[in-house]
Design a protein. Structure first.
Ligand code: URA
Length: 434
């Protein structure tokens, strides 16, 4: 079998066999097939797409490309959560301590930023000293002791996805249904949870811009999960504007902390309660969604969720001080307001552009090897539907270089559309697929 023939077959619109998919996944994982051939194949898949059978074969080949986590040493039903990625999506930072405080063991594997979207691990590294490089023993010990541990994708867990993810990030081949479904589900299957709750984003800031595509992605992932014997539920949520107000690593951590103090933005709180209640139901901790929501609200109100975050951060080497004093988190040198040029309704914010603004400030990676600046980003002051007066602040840019702040200020303004009439109100949660 030759990689060249596989690329050609897909380029010409053919359907790859399971054997061909296993051949390129195994070869790439072992370093026998170079990045440039896999990049070409990814681009061919991007344009030609994959059938359901190909997507399932790709998922299983990636899930089996390395070791699998054995979570049997953790008591209780393990429920994992994963988002397809968005702008300002700091959900795991608040949700993991919330559900852990309700008694669901959280043994989670998270990723880094991808394309214009951020990643949980990058955000968590805002806590000085925090590490996700845990041994398996430590990971399991932490979950049993405090109810929560998050680790990075180790080199031996779905290593094929780890390499492909980084390659897709820099070759404009992220937003393809089959590549996203197989990437997420291969990791989730290898990570060993009993049940999986997926947050599938749709809208301009998501990889799936159209709701129909997001629904198809959700259905595909739920099907893969069921075929693999895991209870899988997908929530479809809006990503037509950033989630909450903060975009950027440390800024999002601060907003997650505010949320655990009961001071979170409405859309973000709603998402945490929706996903969290599904997790509690899947984990057998609540009888119905009303009871589950009440339990989640209670652990916020009495401070148990915030304390759980502090315990978790400390257990992974980070400073618990920063949870109670977020001003200790990395901060940028420059803050610059972007003001409204006219009065009117903020009709629309081009969400992907906001993610790109954060990347331009240094909050994301340009190449596989780039470092990132945890302190930079944007804090929105107005969201779509809000009325704004001429000269009022639309958002505040947090930057470390004047030129970047200037460029982002122009770009952000260009991403905002101000009109005389308010935009149509759309539901934030667009559906649940079980
Ligand atoms: N999240 C993932 O884990 N993989 C993707 O391809 C996209 C989002």
């Amino acid at each position: 079998m030759r990689m060249y023939d596989i690329i050609m077959k897909k380029r010409n619109g053919g359907e790859l066999t399971e054997e061909e998919i296993r051949f390129f996944i195994t070869g790439y994982t072992r370093g026998e097939i170079p990045d440039y051939q896999v990049s070409a194949l990814m681009m061919a898949i991007y344009f030609r797409k994959m059938t359901e059978a190909e997507t399932l074969a790709l998922t299983m080949a990636m899930a089996e490309s390395g070791d699998r986590l054995d979570l049997s040493g953790i008591q209780g039903i393990k429920v994992d959560k994963h988002s397809t990625g968005g702008v300002g999506d700091k959900t795991s930072l608040a949700l993991a301590p919330m559900v852990a405080a309700c008694g669901i063991p959280v043994a989670k594997m998270s990723g880094r930023g991808l394309g214009h979207t951020g990643g949980t691990i990058d955000k968590l590294e805002s806590f000085s000293g925090f590490t996700t490089a845990l041994t398996r023993e430590k990971f399991i010990e932490n979950v049993n002791r405090i109810g929560i541990a998050i680790m990075g994708q180790t080199a031996d867990l779905a290593p094929a996805d780890k390499k492909l993810y980084a390659l897709r990030d820099v070759t404009a081949t992220v937003d393809n249904l089959s590549l996203i479904a197989s990437s997420i589900m291969s990791k989730k299957l290898a990570a060993g949870a009993d049940a999986i709750v997926l947050d599938v984003k749709t809208g301009n800031g998501a990889f799936m811009k159209e709701e129909a595509d997001a629904r198809a992605l959700a259905e595909e992932m739920v099907k893969i999960g069921k075929n693999a014997g895991r209870r899988t539920i997908a929530v479809i949520s809006d990503m037509d504007q950033p989630l909450g107000y903060a975009v950027g690593n440390a800024l999002e951590v601060k907003e997650a902390i505010d949320t655990l103090k009961g001071e979170g933005p409405e859309d973000f709180v709603e998402l945490c309660l929706t996903l969290g209640s599904r997790m509690l139901l899947a984990g057998g901790k609540a009888e119905d969604s009303g009871e589950a929501r009440r339990m989640l609200e209670e652990v916020i109100a009495d401070g148990r969720a915030l304390e759980k975050l502090a315990e978790f951060v400390e257990a992974q080497g980070g400073s618990r001080e920063s949870v109670y004093h977020p001003e200790l988190l990395p901060g940028a040198a420059i803050t610059r307001p972007v003001t409204a040029p006219v009065s009117g309704y903020l009709n629309h914010i081009v969400c992907e552009e906001v993610g790109i603004c954060s990347l331009m400030l240094g909050g994301g990676r340009e190449t596989k090897e780039s470092g990132i600046d945890l302190s930079v980003g944007l804090v929105l002051c107005k969201k779509a539907g809000d009325y704004v007066m001429e000269g009022e602040t639309l958002a505040v840019i947090h930057a470390n270089e004047e030129e970047r702040a200037e460029a982002v200020s122009k770009r952000y303004l260009a991403a905002c559309r101000i009109t005389d009439t308010p935009p149509e109100k759309k539901p934030f949660i667009k559906g649940v697929i079980e």
